[in-house]
Design a protein around this ligand. Structure first.
Ligand SMILES: [Zn+2]
Length: 69
């Protein structure tokens, strides 16, 4: 007599189609939170911080980047 395999885990009712799987994964792309585009130079910078590339904050030049180097 054969031994029966008893499934103790939840089994999906239906196969998930390629389209459904891909639609679900469309939101899985990695995102870096708190990164914004600098309004003056367009560089991706951390939000609420002076842009390290052009030294501007809220549209005004706050620090001189070239002098600081
Ligand atoms: Zn900038």
């Amino acid at each position: 007599m054969m031994k029966l395999d008893i499934q103790m885990f939840a089994v999906p009712f239906h196969k998930v189609s390629k389209t459904r799987k891909r639609m679900r994964r469309s939101h899985n792309a990695m995102e870096i939170p708190g990164m914004v585009k600098c309004p003056s130079c367009g560089e991706m910078i951390k939000a609420h911080r002076i842009c390290p590339k052009c030294g501007s904050y809220k549209g005004k030049t706050v620090i001189n980047v070239k002098e600081a180097e």
